[in-house]
Ligand binder design. Sequence first.
Ligand SMILES: [Zn+2]
Length: 121
Amino acid sequence: MNKKKEKLKLVPFGIASRIGDTIYINENLKKYSPSLYQAILDHEKSHSSGFELRDITLDLRNSHLKGNKLKYYGFILKNPGTLIEFVPIYRYDGSFVINPLLLLSYLLLFFICMGFVSWIF
Ligand SMILES: [Zn+2]
C-alpha cells in the first residue's frame, strides 16, 4: 500500500483519474452520491502513482464500484462531461492523461473492424 498522501483536485469534467500523486475527481460527485464518491476515491487511491500491471487488473476488476454501479451510470447520464473518461488520451493540466486499457480496447476494435472490412471486399 502507498502511504504517501495524495493530493485531491476537483475538476468539472470526467469522473476521476490519477496522475502521479494527484487525484482528479469530478466536483459534482460528492453531492450526487457520497458513497459513490468514496468508492471512486478509494479506487483511485489504490492505483500506483506510476503505471504498473496492477493498475490494469484494478480497472478490470473495479471491485470498488460494487453496489454503486447503478449510481455510477446514473452519474454519467446526468453529467455528459464525464464521457471524456471514455477518450483514451487527452491533455489536462499540462500532462497527457492516458487510459491504456481503453486505448487497447479501441485498437482491438479497430483491427476487428479492419478484418471485417477486408473479409467483405
Ligand atoms: Zn482506475
